[in-house]
Structure formats: structure tokens, C-alpha cells
Design a protein around this ligand. Structure first.
Ligand SMILES: Cc1cc2nc3c(=O)[nH]c(=O)nc-3n(C[C@H](O)[C@H](O)[C@H](O)COP(=O)(O)O)c2cc1C
Length: 353
């Protein structure tokens, strides 16, 4: 099966059913994968890990690690599964995913629907052959009062099972989650996380990078605080960022006022502004994974030039299919050559107004 043939059918059914069908087809390897090409210019080392290319599948697509190993067949350098929580939870009431077709965007208010960490790790254990870097994105259960307990529990559970771990405190669909990004709370939170990481590092005798995924809706003061706290805690990386609760004026779709996080094309400008600012505030000392509105090689290249070391995509796959990964890689290689960069790492932070 090929995505361009499937798309008209998938767009006729509701987004969540379409998503579940896609996961099922991918899990059983029923979707045609393209010929995958790797480019020496795109190979890169970030937080001590070798990536064959900087294009990643963003979190939220494969919440239960049901199909991540087959996603590598589409040419991704890395795949992030989750968000997974300690216990299974059903998430918010349906409908909770909306396609804003005119805007090439999505609004979701899923609320960390997932089958819980035990199911997730069973799936991970079955797929030991991985043709790329595998990240696990962790979050808290809706009814957990002391959030840090869930994150420490999941850190211990996942540490030996992935190449990196993302701490997600930026989903807009879990009440009060984003409050963890506030300066006082964040400092205490990250101190606890990174002290546990030291224990786990010694226990397993390996260093697993821990990344923090932040919202694109932080104001200048909040961005400054996050940059300071991230530097102080020596965090391994930042993901900038999650979906936005803002609604750009340009939105056309009748779904534009649905509650939830907006992703896709209209998120590009906002997420680029935050990326650029945080890169400056952290003086390029913390590797950044950029996500938000990427729908072409030019978009990915701009994120790299604004300070990203790696990029992730989600919404554009709904509109263009996974064939897009190989196209972005090929064109990114051309863009680098055109500007005289031998390696992608040479282009990081080179953006000039
Ligand atoms: C339907 C949907 C579900 C998502 N679920 C998660 C999630 O569980 N955890 C997470 O960290 N991000 C989640 N995201 C956010 C994406 O990982 C990404 O940060 C965001 O969509 C911006 O990238 P994009 O514009 O390329 O989609 C989700 C996004 C969408 C569209």
C-alpha cells in the first residue's frame, strides 16, 4: 500500500480511526517503504549518540511503541515513542483530534491516552532489531498528584531500554502539567531527575541522555528561566517544542477554535522564534531537537541554522505521508552543498537575518 493512494480514504474517516488503522498497518508491515538512501553530510553525533541522519519521528504518533521498529524502514534517523505514563489511561473524550486541512495543521486534545508502561516495554522487548536511534517520551498520569513520582518511576523503568529519554512537561492536554515548566518547580524537578540519572548511570554503567520537551508558548521571562535552569542542571538536550495553545490569525479551518494543541504549518513561525531565542540564551551549549511546523527540507534546514542539531516531524506526515522523509533528506543534502557545508553540524546556528 502506498500513502498517496491511501490518503483520500484515510481523510474520509475520522482522524483517530485513521491513525489507529495506520498504526495497525505499520505494525504488520503493510505499508510500502521507499528505497532508503543515507548521505554522509547528514550523519551527525549529538549528545554522544551517532545518528545516520537528523530526521526524527516526533512523539505522539506511536504512543505504545506498537510500530516504532518498522518506522525506521522509511528512512528516519531516530524515532521517539510515547508519551507513555505509568498506568494505562483512556485520555479525553472523543472526538479529540481535528484535521485543519486548509491550514495543513492538526489540533489534538488526546490527554496521554496510552496502554501504560508495562505494555509499552513488552512491545519494546519484542523489537530488539532497530535500524536507528530509539527515544522514549515519558509523562505523568492524569490522577497523579506528585508528578515527580511518575517521572522517577518511568526513568527507572525505561533507562536501560532506549537510546535517550524525553521528559514531557509541555503537553497542553494534561491539567497543570505545563506548570512544571515554571522556574521554582522546574529547578527542584530537574534536580531530582538528574540526581536519579546519576544513580542509574552508575547502576547500568551507561549514559542515557535525558531531554526536556518544552512548550512553544513560553514568554521571554520563562524562556530565560528555562535556559538558566537547563544550563545549571547540565541537561543533555531540549526539544523545542510541543504543540501550541495559541491560534494564529491566519487559520482558516472551521476547527480552529477547538480546544487543544495546534501543530503543523501554522506552528512554524512561533516554534522558530522560541528555538532561536533559547539557542542564544543557552549559548549553543545544549543540543536542541527542533519540532513544530516542518513540512519541507527548507523548514528543516532553517531549524538547523537557527540552532537545532536534530529535527522531528509529525503533522506533515498526515498530509504528505512518510515518503516525505527521503525527500527531506535528499533536499537537505543539496541545501548543505549549495551553502558550502560539508556536514550538517557545520550549519548549526549559522542563520543570519
Ligand atoms: C495527534 C498528536 C499527538 C501528539 N502526542 C504527543 C505526545 O504524546 N507527546 C509529545 O511529547 N508530543 C506529542 N505531540 C506533539 C508532537 O510530538 C510535536 O511536538 C508537535 O506536533 C509539533 O510538530 P509538528 O508540527 O511537526 O506536528 C502530538 C502531536 C499530535 C499532532
Amino acid at each position: 500500500m502506498n500513502y498517496s493512494l491511501l490518503k483520500p480514504f484515510l481523510f474520509k474517516i475520522n482522524p483517530e480511526t485513521a491513525h489507529n488503522l495506520a498504526i495497525c498497518a505499520l505494525r504488520h508491515n503493510l505499508v510500502c517503504a521507499p528505497k532508503v538512501t543515507e548521505y554522509s553530510s547528514l550523519q551527525t553525533k549529538v549528545f554522544g549518540i551517532d545518528f545516520k541522519n537528523p530526521i526524527g519521528m516526533a512523539a505522539g504518533f506511536d504512543k505504545n511503541a506498537a510500530c516504532f521498529s518498522n518506522l525506521f524502514n522509511f528512512g528516519f534517523g531516530f524515532v521517539e515513542a510515547g508519551t507513555v505514563t505509568p498506568k494505562a489511561q483512556i485520555g479525553n473524550e472523543k472526538p479529540r483530534i481535528f484535521r485543519l486541512v486548509e491550514d495543513e495543521a492538526i489540533i489534538n486534545r488526546l490527554g496521554f491516552n496510552n496502554l501504560g508502561i508495562e505494555n509499552f516495554l513488552n512491545n519494546v522487548a519484542k523489537k530488539t532489531k532497530r535500524n536507528g536511534i530509539f527515544g522514549i517520551n515519558i509523562g505523568k498520569n492524569k490522577d497523579t498528584i506528585n508528578a515527580i513520582d511518575d517521572y522517577l518511576f518511568l526513568l527507572r523503568k525505561t533507562y536501560a531500554q532506549s537510546n535517550y529519554i524525553t521528559i514531557n512537561i509541555s503537553s497542553p492536554n494534561t491539567k497543570n502539567l505545563r506548570d512544571l515548566q515554571k522556574a521554582d518547580e522546574l529547578d527542584l524537578f530537574l534536580t531530582a531527575i538528574f540526581s536519579e540519572k546519576e544513580n542509574l548511570k552508575n547502576l547500568h554503567n551507561k549514559n542515557i541522555p535525558i531531554l526536556l520537551k518544552i512548550a512553544p508558548d513560553l514568554n521571554a521571562e520563562e524562556q530565560q528561566a528555562i535556559a538558566d535552569i537547563a544550563l545549571k542542571n547540565n541537561i543533555d538536550g531540549l526539544i523545542i517544542g510541543n504543540t501550541t495553545i495559541s491560534r494564529p490569525e491566519s487559520l482558516q479551518s472551521k476547527f480552529k477554535n477547538e480546544t487543544g494543541g495546534l501543530s503543523g504549518k501554522p506552528l512554524l513561525t512561533l516554534s522558530n522564534a522560541v528555538l532561536r531565542n533559547i539557542y542564544k540564551l543557552t549559548k549553543g551549549q545544549i543540543p536542541i531537537v527542533a519540532a513544530g511546523g516542518i513540512s519541507s527540507a527548507e523548514d528543516a534546514y532553517k531549524k538547523i541554522q537557527l540552532g537545532a542539531s536534530l529535527v522531528q516531524i509529525y503533522s506533515a506526515f498526515i498530509y504528505q505521508g512518510f515518503e516525505m522523509v527521503e525527500k527531506v533528506k535528499k533536499e537537505l543534502d543539496e541545501l548543505l552543498k549549495k551553502d558550502g557545508f560539508e556536514k550538517i553540524s557545520d550549519a548549526i546556528g549559522t542563520y543570519k537575518d
